[in-house]
Design a protein. Sequence first.
Length: 193
Amino acid sequence: MSPAATIDNDEARAAVLQSANAVFYARGIAGVGMADIRDDSGVSLRRLYSLYPSKRELVAAWLTDRHTTWMEWFTSSVDRRSMAGEEPLLAAFDAIAEWAESPGYRGCAFVNSAAETVEIDDTHRRIIAAHKESLLAYLISLARDGGYAEPERLGRMIGVLLDGGMVEAAVLRSCEPIVAARDAAAVLIEASQ
């Protein structure tokens, strides 16, 4: 009996989502089958399908889980930098730059997933949109807390720069786009005081 056969459903679900996060992020949704998730997680295919009856349901669960874990990481990283005296909106770029320097960086999982037009459906698109709306709400709250003029407009502009920096950093395999986006954000922030 494999070790995965002795774990309860919550532990099996956690193992599957951890594997889905690693494999979908590294290879894309289309490049991964349920058997790949089975192989990586150690959870049997039968049990995997009992937890997630289809790949589409697994992708939705992965995107939802990814949103929660990514936003927790991102906000705590920005908070840590802000408590050390850094401007919070600029700290967002430094957090992303640190992430972009980590092994296996492929950019934003949500942007990457949105590009997979054959593999995703409206449920997935809603989860992706909700993630981006949550990120924008956080950036807008940072602009509002900073006392900047037109915080909603500033937060949205910062969001576009942040997403653009993430995408270009993945494509070019360089943090330079994030540095350039941060520089542009500093100009916007200065003009919003």
